[in-house]
Design a protein around this ligand. Sequence first.
Ligand code: NAD
Length: 422
Amino acid sequence: MPDDDLLALALVRLDEAARHLSIDPDVIEKLKYPRETTKARLMIRMDDGSRKSFMAWRCRYDDTRGPTKGGIRFHPQANGEEAEALAFWMTFKCAVMNLPYGGGKGAVRVDPRSLSRAELERLSRAYIQAFARILGPDRDIPAPDVYTNSMIMGWMADEYGQIVGESVPAVITGKPLALGGSLGRDDATARGGYYLVRHLAADAGLGAPMRVAIQGFGNAGRHIARLLAADGHRIVAVSDSEGAVFAHGGLDLERLEAAKNAGRSVLSTADGDRHHACSAEDLIATDCDLLVPAALENMIHGRNAASVQARVILELANGPVTPEADGILARNGVVVLPDILANGGGVTVSYFEWVQNRQGYYWTLEEVHERLRTIMEREGRAIWTTSKEAGITVRTGAYVHALRRLAAAIEAHGTQQFFAAG
Ligand code: NAD
């Protein structure tokens, strides 16, 4: 199987999970292929008066459990196959969290930094013009992803409203607060991971205080650093794309925040006294209890997995551990809390936004946090129990947990045995 066949790689997880369940073959047949992937060429007017076109995709992978849900990414290497693989992941993530959604994903092949703000707005609106007929609050609900943000979601929701002739905020999540966004969306991914690790810490062999290393000091990484430090845990190493710093006694988070807010790397805080510089690659091997990959995919792989000293890995990033590394970590007794569970807080608060838009009644921040905590702990506990009972990794346990729910929904329409008996 070629390394770039992302969907084939994702389907390995499906086969693995299916081995631990007795499900109808129809279920696998249905989940092996995306339901629909629509492709469009977006044509926009550039500021200099010229026309330029961009390829765009929207994949609705499976909608058995509800309308499809998933982000839209703007990226120069975006493509339809990647959108399908990511939509497959979303199908499982929504099932893991028991949200009433299937999985979807969208993409535009563009380097958004090459566009002016006005061009970016035209491109965002063009995306909705192209795909409006497959979107809708009961059909397919986008959200932000790589290089898209709340302002873009606001433009997109507005464009959809113009097309259908009424305001439909629930068609898209991750909107600005003033346009129907939810409180608590900004740190939802990190907070979900934080609630999960706090709940399972003792079971996973983590004591307190924990020594924590965080790869990637962006949205997810910065928020989890703050949440864990507030509980008295020590953040001993952090990295970004330019390098890493460590301090055995704990890093000064305020200095790191100040550096990032000023547009500088975490590396700029190295002073040879409290903050010591190291390479971004060395962060993986930091002597710590909890390692939090919060940067990019495939960062822990066959060549560096054996150097991991942490007892637990919390995958805030999507796909940071390769299948080869998974095997090495399992043999070394490292517990991996997998992405489809660990970063599910983001889509869960997106779901809360959709619910609030539909009710027209908005929750307090405390209500959002409490509901998120309940879901993270409930699903985390169920997956932990499944993996212990079956003697499988937590990742396979999460796929088994999701597949059980997907299978129940698909089988409720009738199985081979049911129709053959008729
Ligand atoms: P972000 O762009 O805000 O931050 C990414 C960080 O990773 C940046 O600090 C960047 O400098 C750093 N980085 C890049 N290359 C690196 C390298 N080689 N070594 C170390 N650090 C490196 O992105 P984010 O929103 O925090 O997302 C991070 C990950 O979490 C992604 O995989 C994303 O898909 C996943 N995720 C995020 C959300 C969310 O709500 N933000 C939700 C679900 C999943």
